[in-house]
Write a protein that binds this ligand. Structure first.
Ligand code: BG6
Length: 297
């Protein structure tokens, strides 16, 4: 029997409560940071280190409902990314973000709170993907945000999967930000599927941008002069980085994304996608992680 999530609350530090749409979430408040993780999707929606505005962005139009993804924060894409390769009717970015995860533990130490949530494959999931797994998201809210995604093969056969921590960052104006760390890296553009020539220099967002950077584990740095901050995203065991902003037309076509919200966000995604999806044997665990830090410019 899963533990009653309320029993894991730490008074005034990490409270389990009904959040938007009545979905259960853990709300963390310490001397170093505030943050929120929903059990729905194992989804972090907020991280505000002391003295900063929220580092993560969520749409005003987001759904907060069973079986629908939350638009913003850190959706977990698993066990596939984008369209399901062998079945176009499969939910985009997999089904982990559509399901309720179980709250396993909450630990508090020295102003840092680690919340661990987990999802096991179940009958609803096996309709789409037959493999036995448990996926855990272990999230530490502190001066830094550390998010570790652990996929364990609990079945008898090897399997290959794709995964992403699809982080939406709040920015003052996406047209003014600079993203560094990906200069010279090959990328595939998801807009036309083409493999584009690597470009030198920082990335500037001047149009719809949807790129999978290939075979790069490098840290990515987002400089935002409007909010006067630099966000550093370190990755572990992630061979791809996706950079996404929908720009004007695509924003208008997404019902859960405000028409005028596109300048306020950029996605920089820690992931293993396409042919980079990891393969794990029975009893093996694959760990991928993201660590975020904020500094003034
Ligand atoms: C990005 C993809 O990771 O997620 C884009 O590269 C996609 O192609 C975007 O549009 C948002 O996806 P969704 O399913 O959350 O609307």
């Amino acid at each position: 029997m899963p533990t009653d999530p309320q029993k894991l609350s730490i008074p005034n530090i990490a409270e389990v409560l009904p959040a938007s749409g009545g979905l259960p979430a853990v709300r963390v408040t310490t001397k170093n940071a505030a943050g929120t993780i929903y059990l729905h999707g194992g989804h972090v929606t907020s991280w505000t280190p002391v003295g900063n505005k929220d580092v993560l962005w969520c749409s005003q139009k987001s759904n907060y409902e069973a079986e629908k993804p939350i638009r913003g924060g850190v959706p977990i894409c698993f066990p596939w990314f984008g369209k399901k390769a062998d079945d176009p009717t499969g939910p985009p970015h997999g089904y982990a973000r559509l399901m309720p995860w179980e709250l396993e533990s909450i630990n508090h130490q020295d102003g840092e709170v680690t919340v661990t949530v987990a999802l096991k494959n179940n009958d609803a999931g096996k309709k789409w993907w037959p493999h036995d797994f448990i996926i855990r998201h272990r999230v530490t809210f502190g001066r830094e945000l550390a998010m570790q995604l652990e996929v364990t093969n609990t079945g008898h056969h090897p399997f290959t999967f794709q995964e992403a921590q699809h982080t939406y960052f709040a920015v003052g104006d996406v047209r003014k930000v600079r993203v560094s760390g990906l200069a010279g890296v090959n990328y595939r553009s998801d807009i036309d599927g083409s493999l584009a020539k690597p470009r030198p220099g920082d990335i500037l967002i001047t149009a719809e941008t949807d790129r999978i950077y290939l075979d790069t584990q490098a840290p990515v740095v987002l400089e935002d002069p409007s909010l006067n901050r630099r966000i550093t995203m370190n990755k572990l065991n992630s061979k791809n980085t996706v950079i996404w902003n929908p720009w004007i037309a695509k924003a208008k076509n997404m019902p859960d994304f405000g028409d005028d919200e596109w300048p306020e966000m950029i996605c920089m995604e820690t992931c293993n996608v396409a042919e980079f999806g990891p393969k794990i044997l029975p009893n093996q665990t694959h760990i991928m992680a993201t660590r975020l830090r904020v500094d003034p410019l």
